[in-house]
Design a protein around this ligand. Structure first.
Ligand SMILES: Nc1ncnc2c1ncn2[C@@H]1O[C@H](COP(=O)(O)OP(=O)(O)OP(=O)(O)O)[C@@H](O)[C@H]1O
Ligand SMILES: [Mg+2]
Length: 233
């Protein structure tokens, strides 16, 4: 068994009150093991982004614990959370979240600790965008922007990569290129947690967790993994 690196226990997050009370997370417990390619599957509103944002330290829980490498990040103060976001996890968003008024290369070099230009260029080559280094994000296609976002996440050298619907805003070919990149990154040893409502993508996972209405309703190993190449949707 691989090492347990993230242990989320009994997470609760609600919005609103009285008649309008919604459980975004209704007592959710999820483990992530080293070198997992964990896909969390669920329909719109099932709580996927809420859960991932908590793992990423960009949203707070009402109750529950999230132990990452043995430390409960829900107890972190702002300063520790900032460091956690900066160093411990990479995050890839559905709508890329690039900074629009700086270049592609500057985006990849944005984080403190990510300022090594040669390394940033090597990552841009890796995502096949070296020639776009001086362009601004708006001058790139969606698929290209998502690859920049992946290069930026990889530049953190964190072991854990969290992806929220990374192909959601992309056409089939660009989506596949992104999935191939994630597959390679996983094969090189990273732990990937990807949330999506696209069932076909779950074929790539080592493990699949299904959420519905803020709850985990199914957890399974994927015995017949497919390559990114074979994902059709
Ligand atoms: N800021 C908020 N205020 C009120 N309700 C919210 C807020 N954020 C999320 N919710 C609610 O929490 C639930 C879970 O939302 P979440 O964004 O986690 O879903 P999701 O599974 O990521 O959906 P999608 O596939 O559409 O991205 C939904 O019912 C949503 O309406
Ligand atoms: Mg979402």
């Amino acid at each position: 068994m691989e090492r347990l690196i993230i242990e989320a226990k009994d997470l609760v997050k609600t919005y609103g009150e009285g008649e309008g009370l919604t459980y975004a997370l209704n007592h959710v417990s999820i483990n992530v093991y080293e070198h997992d390619f964990l896909v969390i599957l669920g329909g719109s509103g099932s709580g996927k982004s809420t859960f991932l944002n908590m793992l990423g330290g960009i949203d707070t829980v009402d109750s529950g614990e999230i132990s990452v490498y043995g430390e409960d990040i829900t107890q972190y103060n702002d300063k520790k959370l900032t460091l956690y976001r900066r160093n411990t996890i990479g995050f890839v968003y559905q709508f890329f979240n690039l900074i629009n008024d700086i270049t592609v290369l500057q985006n990849v070099m944005l984080a403190p600790g990510a300022r090594d230009k040669e390394r940033a260029m090597a990552l841009l080559e890796r995502v096949q965008l070296a020639e776009k280094k001086d362009k601004f994000p708006r001058q790139l296609s969606g698929g290209q922007q998502q690859r920049v976002a992946i290069a930026r996440a990889l530049n953190k050298q964190s072991e854990i990569l969290l992806c929220d619907e990374p192909t959601g805003a992309l056409d089939d070919a660009s989506g596949k290129a992104v999935l191939k990149l994630l597959e390679e990154i996983h094969e090189e040893g990273k732990t990937v947690v990807l949330v999506t409502h696209t069932r076909e993508i779950a074929g790539m996972a080592t493990r699949i967790i299904t959420m519905r209405n803020g709850k985990v309703v199914k957890e399974e190993m994927n015995e017949h993994r497919i390559k990114a190449e074979e994902v059709e949707w």
